[in-house]
Design a protein around this ligand. Structure first.
Ligand code: ATP
Ligand code: MG
Ligand code: MG
Length: 678
């Protein structure tokens, strides 16, 4: 197992923090009236991540990776991770999925409450703003309504080697586009009649920049906004806006979106004035104040800067720079006003040392340092023997190939949970597989290894016989004086954790053993039961096999053996008889019947959907075997979702839904050893 966990994103955030990019301060009081003062330490909420699923299905193990990445980075840097539903596509989204997604994130151990605020957001809550942004783009000449047919648009898009062709609607006046766009919104046109497109560059080598569609007509009811809208933003348009409105600092997505990054940046740069409208107003007020009051207000500002410069130490360089800035504001106010945010950006990138000072001064005037979110991409998680696509998983559910989204064979989070995986194991798996730019496949066994590493120290032990055959101890009454005698046995609940206590059970004249633990004619090297051989019953006595009973077909119906007196485990006589084999068992008089579900990989092909293959053709027909087992009496008290190590068999979990005290149902999570290589 690889334990390397490099994470290039962590380094990016560290770098940004070192450069002072997101370090804000908490302030109390009002600027300028003497009550303004710094409060507490730096505002920790400045690193903001988000996990933005679309509520169109249940989350899978790939999402678990993304959840871990975003929430753990925010936690590590004392920031916040927003839980956001990217619900801009009305047709496939449902409340059921919203609820299930929130449940899954919580179960994985994360919270979107931070610093006293609930950070739960819905992209659909921003539809009004998105619409305004679209109108703003039209007004500023950066978008137009295109009435070409979808076929014409596709044909005019060009290819990788050939540039696209301008739409005849590309150069229509802004007023005309605006009027059309308002008609689109009013519901005057059917789906697909026209779209709003960004006006960028039809000859761009990046096809995503060839005037991408940003709004389309869709007469559909939305799970959140109902029938308020009949036009909906495209994902690529909506997502950067969501990030910017929530002041996200690092917007992490998977590599498929790398080619979208130029559009992400293009869009945000163009809508800065409306994104920052409130800040803009304050900046404008500040400058007006300086204009009106002339030198006095300027002095006040400079003094403020001065005070902060002083805080930076005896070095007067920052102070000098602050004065220089002030002078520039005086001389070139118009330019500064027009492009204030970009001016801040410029200052921040060009003058490191100066940045904290500027940030402090701007905050003193309640003008947040201006940070647009940045998109970063990492390689998605591909896990062998499963598919990680909500669409394909939904197909398995809809076609009844699995019992539901939470079928224990499913790589969904609810499936992994029901199978018996722990949040800690999933987290360990995410940490170990690391974060990189290079794609690849992670072997399913990594997940199982993480589970074993987590449960080894935690899971209580128990004995269970999964393929039972009776064994009769024919000398029982002679040795113990009565057929009704029961020999009490104890075993530690966990071999390394005495504090977990002891399990109690007992031995009687008839027990259940595994069918494979007896062979009439054993091959060489077989140390378990065969006529004439002795083995130890774990935590019990040494027994000697004397033969077996069979039915008419030659099938063994009972194994026969005798107890060797005075050999009980934990007594002085235990070592007097040496044996090479020890077997597990449960007493027939107290065994509890249980249904045990033995799961195998869902697909027989390691990469079921690679290269566009038909993934359903790769289904493993033997992915589930149900057996009738006998388990030791302590397991009668098992609670749903409780996990155990069944000695020699592996890790098992009481089924979350089907297990009851009256009907025990256990799922095999994984075996004790890695058997995937077989
Ligand atoms: P799917 O195709 O299964 O629907 P998606 O990416 O469309 O996946 P979203 O709901 O948009 O699903 O995903 C939410 C977040 O989870 C996104 O940021 C996405 O990048 C991330 N994510 C999805 N699948 C994986 C994966 N296999 N590995 C890592 N991150 C993933
Ligand atoms: Mg998506
Ligand atoms: Mg998807």
């Amino acid at each position: 197992a690889s334990t390397a966990s490099s994470n290039f994103l962590r380094h990016i955030i560290e770098r940004d923090l070192l450069q002072g990019r997101y370090r804000g301060r908490r302030w109390a009081g009002s600027p300028g009236d003497g009550t303004h003062h710094e409060q507490g330490g730096p505002d920790p909420a400045k690193v903001r991540m988000r996990f933005p699923p679309e509520p169109n299905g249940y989350l899978h193990v790939g999402h678990a990776k993304s959840i871990w990445l975003n929430f753990s980075l925010a936690q590590e840097f004392g920031g916040v991770c927003h839980m956001r539903f990217d619900d801009t596509n009305p047709e496939k989204e449902e409340q059921e999925y919203v609820d299930a997604i929130l449940d899954a994130v919580k179960w994985l151990g994360w919270s979107w409450d931070a610093h006293g605020t609930r950070h739960l957001y819905y992209a659909s809550d921003y539809f009004d703003f998105m619409y305004r942004a679209a109108e703003y783009l039209i007004e500023t000449g950066h978008a137009y309504v295109d009435e070409q047919t979808p076929e014409q648009m596709r044909a005019n898009r060009g290819t990788l080697t050939e540039p696209g062709i301008d739409s005849p609607y590309r150069h229509r006046p802004a007023e005309e586009s605006l009027a059309r766009f308002r008609e689109m919104r009013a519901g005057r046109f059917p789906d697909g009649a026209m779209v709003l497109r960004a006006k960028i560059d039809m000859a761009s080598p990046n096809i995503n920049l060839r005037d991408p569609a940003i709004y389309r007509i869709k007469h559909a009811t939305h799970h959140n906004t109902g029938d308020t809208w009949c036009i909906y933003p495209m994902y690529t348009f909506a997502h950067p806006i969501e990030d910017a409105l929530e002041n996200i600092t690092h917007s992490i997505c998977t590599l498929e979106f790398e080619d979208q990054r130029p559009f992400y940046d293009w869009l945000l740069e163009r809508i800065v004035p409306i994104l920052r409208a409130p800040q803009f107003e304050r900046a404008q007020q500040l400058i007006e104040r300086i204009e009106q009051q002339g030198v006095e207000a300027g002095k006040e500002f400079a003094l403020h800067c001065h005070n902060h410069a002083h805080k930076l130490g005896p070095n007067t360089e920052p102070e000098r720079r602050m004065r220089a800035l002030f002078t520039k504001w005086e001389h070139d106010r118009e330019a500064v006003l027009r492009d204030l945010p970009r001016f801040f950006e410029l200052l921040k990138t060009q003058t490191h040392q100066f940045t904290p000072l500027l940030a402090a001064a701007l905050e003193a005037y309640q003008i947040e340092p201006f940070n647009l979110p940045h998109q970063y991409e990492f390689a998605r998680l591909n896990l062998t023997y499963v598919v990680t696509s909500k669409r394909k998983l939904k197909q398995l559910v809809d076609e009844g190939i699995v019992s539901g989204w939470d079928d224990p064979r499913m790589p969904t989070i609810v499936g992994l949970r029901r199978r018996g995986y722990t949040p800690e194991a999933i987290r360990l798996f995410c940490e170990r597989t690391g974060v990189s730019k290079a794609g690849g496949w992670i072997d399913y066994s990594s997940l199982e290894i993480a589970l074993r590493d987590d449960l080894e120290g935690k899971a209580p032990r128990a004995m269970a016989v999964l393929d039972p055959v009776p064994l009769k101890l024919t000398n029982w009454a002679d040795v113990f004086g009565s057929a009704d005698h029961r020999e009490p046995c104890t075993a530690p609940a966990h071999p390394q954790r005495p504090e977990l206590g002891q399990r109690q059970f007992s031995l009687g004249p008839e027990i259940w053993i595994e069918r494979e633990d007896f062979m009439e004619q054993p091959p060489k090297g077989y140390f378990r039961l065969f006529p004439g051989n002795k083995v130890r019953l774990k935590y019990g006595y040494v027994i000697e096999c004397t033969g077996c009973e069979k039915d008419a077909n030659g099938q063994v119906t009972a194994v026969l053996a005798t107890v060797v007196p005075d050999t009980k485990s934990g007594t002085p006589g235990a070592d007097t008889v040496k044996v090479k084999g020890t077997i597990t068992w449960v007493g027939a008089h107290e065994a509890v019947p249980a249904e045990v579900r033995l799961y195998d990989r869902l697909f027989a092909d390691a990469q079921p959907d690679a290269g566009g293959k038909d993934f359903k053709a790769a289904l493993n027909p033997n992915s589930l075997t149900v057996v009738r087992a006998y388990v030791e009496p302590s397991l009668a008290n098992a609670r749903a979702e409780e996990r155990f190590q069944f000695e020699r068999h592996g890790y098992f979990c009481a089924d979350r839904h089907d297990h009851t005290p009256a009907r025990l149902v256990f799922n095999r999570i994984t075996g004790l050893k890695d058997s995937w290589g077989k």
